[in-house]
Design a protein around this ligand. Structure first.
Ligand SMILES: Nc1ncnc2c1ncn2[C@@H]1O[C@H](COP(=O)(O)OP(=O)(O)OP(=O)(O)O)[C@@H](O)[C@H]1O
Ligand SMILES: [Mg+2]
Length: 412
């Protein structure tokens, strides 16, 4: 009897569906779907059966759909999804159905940034001072005690939405006008962390971190949001075994343990402060976005020298409670996120020929922005180019040249 695994994928986005392919690649699994919009074509064929519901963020609708699937196929082995905004609801549905997987308490601690910081601090791990603001007075008091700059953000945001750096009382006044904290409408205030921003990923199985990886952000997502002309970049350095990464490796492992996660992939963001010390920005119990899953796969090979499929590796962790390592970190990999300043639709993508001539040999993946697409609002822009080489410096240079050579132009 195959194990029934339900994957809740509200929208049939390509990345979301690649994780369902990871589950479908496992032995003895019948993949079942819960969607708001069913996928079409090849993606649809991965699913043995599916339910479409009106609101895939409503735990009761998920529970009812899972019960309908169970009535047709038998007991459910796992109920999964990767969307940040759905993690708590999935845990609530698992609880109602008596299924294994991260509990409501664990997912809330990962999802709610105030909870998250309390959990980290209780474990003795470094993160920004914070306060949950239920009104403007609390904001002024926080600014008084912590000083400027500070950051105001939603307590459970994603994608840098409604996240503001506040550098002066005038700015605080303005941002409070927009964010409008009030009773039942909390806004999170944080001390501003300075330094370089990085990520730290793990695959965790049976409560043990089996694999970790690090990427560096150029520059921080917040700076990218503040400056529409900046094209963001992520670089995975080839060698992270040195002493400069030891502190964050220790802290990253302790952070995963502090949340009591059993099986899954985690994505932590952290800062290296000017004095060299580490501060955790946030941690999530789900695979990272920003193509970091692909980048991590491109960097590693298994013991036979074969490329690593990170989508399957995620599925192995959350469905089978297994990891197929050890892997070798053989390459540095970088991603350039293409976009530009302006408004409207993409009119031209300039510099592609020149980039191809100079950096083409290093490019292993490109999803180019298409003429006519609407400018995206996020820091990931409208397209990506991924480069790979054994030498981290070569990758860094290629990425920096790519973002200075390729320009996206818009017309309204
Ligand atoms: N306390 C802070 N100090 C300095 N920078 C911060 C702080 N909080 C947030 N930022 C900046 O804002 C970005 C977004 O914040 P955060 O990661 O908390 O929100 P998010 O919406 O979950 O982001 P995403 O989904 O893009 O990871 C961070 O990557 C960082 O660049
Ligand atoms: Mg973040």
């Amino acid at each position: 009897m195959p194990r029934n695994v339900i994957y809740v994928a509200p929208f049939p986005l390509e990345t979301t569906l690649r994780f369902s392919a990871g589950i479908a690649s496992l032995d003895d699994v019948r993949l079942l779907g819960i969607f708001r919009e069913a996928p079409k074509g090849d993606a649809a064929r991965l699913f043995a059966d599916a339910e479409v519901i009106a609101d895939p963020f409503d735990p009761q609708q998920i529970v009812d759909a899972a019960r309908r699937l169970a009535s047709r196929h038998g007991p459910i082995h796992r109920l999964l999804g990767i969307l940040e905004d759905a993690q708590v609801q999935l845990a609530q549905a698992r609880q109602a159905l008596g299924l294994e997987g991260p509990s409501v308490e664990t997912t809330v601690a990962f999802r709610d940034k105030a909870h998250m910081k309390e959990r980290l601090r209780a474990a003795g791990l470094p993160c920004a001072r914070h306060a949950l603001l239920h009104g403007p007075e609390a904001a002024w008091a926080f600014a008084e005690s912590v000083g400027y700059p500070l950051v105001l953000k939603p307590p459970a945001g994603a994608g840098c939405r409604a996240t503001y750096r506040v550098s002066s009382p005038q700015e605080l006044h303005r941002v409070l006008g927009e964010a409008q904290p009030g009773p039942g409408r909390p806004v999170l205030a944080e001390e501003f962390l300075t330094g370089a921003e990085y990520s730290f990923e793990t695959l965790t199985v049976g409560g043990q971190v089996r694999f970790h990886s690090i990427t560096r952000y150029y520059p921080s997502p917040l700076e990218v949001m503040e400056n529409p002309w900046i094209q963001w970049a992520v670089v995975l350095p080839r060698d992270i075994s040195g002493p400069e990464y030891q502190p964050v490796v220790n802290i990253g492992h302790q952070a995963v343990h502090a949340f009591g996660l059993q099986d899954g992939m985690t994505h932590m963001e952290w800062f290296r402060r000017p004095d060299g010390s580490v501060a955790i920005g946030e941690i999530a119990a789900r695979p990272p976005g920003a193509r970091i899953v692909d980048v991590t796969g491109f960097a590693h090979t298994d013991v036979q020298g074969r490329p690593v499929d990170m989508y399957r590796a995620w599925a192995r962790a959350v469905v089978d409670g297994a990891w197929d390592g050890p892997w070798q970190r053989r390459y540095a990999v970088g991603v350039a996120f293409l976009r530009g300043a302006g408004q409207g639709r993409i009119a031209a993508v300039e510099g592609l020929d020149e980039a191809q001539r100079r950096m083409g040999a290093l490019v292993i993946d490109a999803r180019l922005p298409k003429i006519g697409w609407q400018r995206a609002s996020g820091y990931e822009g409208e397209g990506t180019v991924i480069v790979r080489h054994e030498d981290t410096e070569v990758v860094k240079r290629a990425i920096m040249e790519l973002i200075t050579t390729v320009k996206v132009r818009y017309e309204s």
